[in-house]
Design a protein around this ligand. Structure first.
Ligand code: SAM
Length: 249
């Protein structure tokens, strides 16, 4: 039986790929990529001649079966995504889960990941955090999700699209309020890498006053809610209160 390798690729700066990743990509029988044309360019840049085939969110289930057959025949296959670490807001979960169930060896390589890079550079607490991926695109659902997170004391990390950044900042103002610490990490590892820091209100101000800050790839990092001592409050009552709070307009 072969092996499935999960291989991170750069998130902007092409030098951010490990020697081990290159060795694996060079030696495997085929590479499953989200977008074969996009990844073909990276392979060309790295001087890797490999057979690429498409595995994306729309065909993952069906492709997983074919990949497992090939792995069972003894082939080694690498999974990559358009950028960064596969499975992190990217396809691959179904394939890895099915490989594990089929008893196929899975080896994940460490490497570039936008949210880890942003978190380690932001200057907000990193001892406890929650990676929230993308917020829902629909305004009502997005606000609801934010409401559910309002009292979370952990640092919260979001991926965000440039099309929605101003809406999301407005929603943060009305849900968590203007005073929480916020960092907008943009274009990481690239020429125009920028960290905007301050309170929610201050970051919103910077983004609204400079349309360049509304462009490119971005990670939002929100400081957690202040820790409150609830020693004298019954935990069940507090849970009910929070549930009610989420239901209230
Ligand atoms: N798998 C990727 C990873 O490991 O980070 C994430 C894939 S997700 C589809 C793409 C999102 O990641 C972007 O919309 C953006 O929020 C974030 N992202 C990717 N590259 C980035 C970069 N260079 N700077 C800031 N954010 C980035």
């Amino acid at each position: 039986v072969g092996c499935l390798y999960i291989v991170p690729t750069p998130i902007g700066n092409l030098a951010d790929i490990t020697e081990r990743a290159i060795t694996v990509l060079r030696s495997c029988d085929a590479i499953a990529a989200e977008d074969t044309r996009h990844s073909g360019q990276l392979m060309q840049h790295l001087g890797i001649r490999a057979t690429l085939f498409a595995l994306h969110e729309h065909n993952e289930r069906q492709r997983a079966e074919q990949v497992i057959e090939r792995l069972q025949r003894g082939e080694s296959i690498a999974l990559i995504s358009d950028a960064g670490t596969p499975l992190i807001s990217d396809p691959g979960y179904v394939l890895v889960q099915q490989c594990r169930q089929a008893g196929i060896k899975v080896i994940a390589l460490p490497g570039a990941c936008a949210f880890v890079t942003a978190l380690s550079g932001a200057g907000l607490p990193t001892d406890r955090f929650s990676f929230e991926g993308f917020l829902p695109a629909k305004p009502q659902q997005r606000r609801k999700r934010l409401e559910q997170l309002v009292s979370d004391t952990r640092t919260l990390v979001f991926y965000e699209s440039p099309h929605r950044i101003t809406d999301t900042l407005a929603d943060l103002m009305t849900t968590v309020g203007s005073e929480r610490p916020l960092v907008l990490a943009r274009e990481l590892t690239k020429q125009f890498e920028t960290y905007l820091t301050g309170t929610v209100a201050e970051v919103q101000q910077q983004v609204l006053s400079d349309s360049n800050q509304q462009r490119g790839e971005m990670v939002l990092i929100l400081g957690g809610a202040p820790e409150v001592e609830h020693d004298d409050v019954n935990p069940a009552a507090l849970r009910t209160l929070n549930l009610l709070r989420n239901e209230l307009p």
